[in-house]
Design a protein around this ligand. Structure first.
Ligand code: TYM
Length: 333
């Protein structure tokens, strides 16, 4: 049994991209492995965010994960800021991480281009990510393709820390990338993401799914209904492969190639299949919204379990680094 760690920011929503790229994998992995799934609020504050809405978003992300099938009785589901050890280990890892490595991270380069002044938190984002995973000595990190570089950096940080303080103390985690490793947004260009407004939420109602899917671009060769297309050039064909059965996918390809139907007909089938695939999740989300204490209690229990593992790791880390152990108040008096 491997130990798995992964995280998701509460700044976004659960959409088809992060669901197919990561969360779906987590749901499967929790059956056979020891999983730690974390809502990473300290990562989300490295970009501007709505303070008043933040607590609600954090709760909603946990609710979405539970609705999507993350079972807090099988895995440890918690909020990053509830376990203070994450920032403690991040500080320590900062002392062995070369700035040059952080500066060459693609995500840092992309995000810093969009910011007026570059803040240290954005640069050090992958260091906190390394701390998240290593606090639990996780071996596997199921993520989308965009996070693979961060996992590589994690391995580098482990090698540096282990070499200096204790060989073999931390494992070198491996990224686990599934079949939905890079789901494109509805624009057919960029990666699907909430901030680019090109996403379909997994909890969206069927009419909302249709509203978003309807105007999505398809194969540019299909200008008129009678123009044949190439399914492989159409982003929606990729999505059909995720949501439609094999016979339907074959039928979709055939009708596209022969101009047997219009793109709007193709989208209608896709929208219906998506809505159907997520129907049980929408139902479960409605139940959880009616009983928010179920989410809060699950997160409290998760933080408790996570803290115990984290404290054990940090006790070892502090000892190997020669940090003076704190005396308990009881033994001082
Ligand atoms: P975040 O919140 O941006 O994304 C969460 C997960 O979803 C994947 N993902 C996608 N996969 C395929 N196609 C897409 N369009 C798509 N959009 C998102 C991401 O690759 C990610 O796996 N830095 C992480 C959060 C994090 C973390 C960690 C992950 C913090 N600490 C420790 C693993 C281990 C992030 O940006 O997540």
């Amino acid at each position: 049994m491997a130990r798995i760690f992964s995280g998701i920011q509460p700044s976004g929503e659960l959409h088809i991209g992060n669901y197919l790229g990561a969360v779906k994998n987590w749901v499967e992995l929790q059956e056979k492995h020891e999983c730690f799934i974390c809502v990473v609020d300290y990562h989300a504050i490295t970009q501007s965010y709505d303070i008043a809405a933040f607590e609600g978003r954090t709760h909603d992300m946990a609710l979405g994960l539970m609705a999507a099938g993350i079972d807090p009785t099988r895995c440890v589901l918690f909020v990053q800021s509830h376990v203070a050890h994450h920032t403690e280990l991040a500080w320590i890892f900062n002392t062995v991480t070369p700035i040059g490595e952080l500066e060459r991270m693609t995500q840092f380069k992309d995000k810093s281009r969009r910011q007026e002044s570059i803040l240290a938190g954005l640069l050090n984002y992958p260091v906190l990510q390394a701390a998240d995973v290593l606090l639990y000595k996780a071996d596997l990190v199921p993520v989308g393709e965009d996070q693979v570089q961060h996992v590589e950096l994690m391995r580098e940080i482990v090698r540096k820390w282990n070499a200096r303080y204790s060989e073999g103390f931390f494992p070198e985690p491996q990224a686990l990338v599934g079949s939905g490793k890079r789901i494109k947004g509805l624009d057919g260009q960029a990666k699907m993401s909430k901030s680019l407004d090109n996403a379909i939420g997994i909890l969206d109602e069927p009419d909302e799914i249709w509203k978003r899917l309807r105007p999505a671009p398809t194969d540019p060769a299909r200008v008129k209904r009678t123009d044949p297309g190439t399914p492989e050039k159409c982003n929606l064909y990729d999505l059909h492969q995720q949501f439609s059965s094999l016979p339907v996918v074959e039928d979709v390809a055939e009708k596209c190639r022969t101009a047997g139907w219009g793109c709007i007909d193709c989208k209608r089938v896709l929208a219906d299949n998506m809505a159907e695939a997520f129907a049980p999740m929408r139902a479960r989300a409605a139940e959880l919204r009616a009983a928010p204490e179920l989410v809060r209690d699950a997160l409290a229990a998760g933080a408790g379990k996570a803290r115990r593992v984290a404290e054990e790791t940090m006790t070892g880390v502090r000892a190997h680094m020669g940090l003076m152990p704190a005396k308990s108040i009881a033994s001082v008096t």
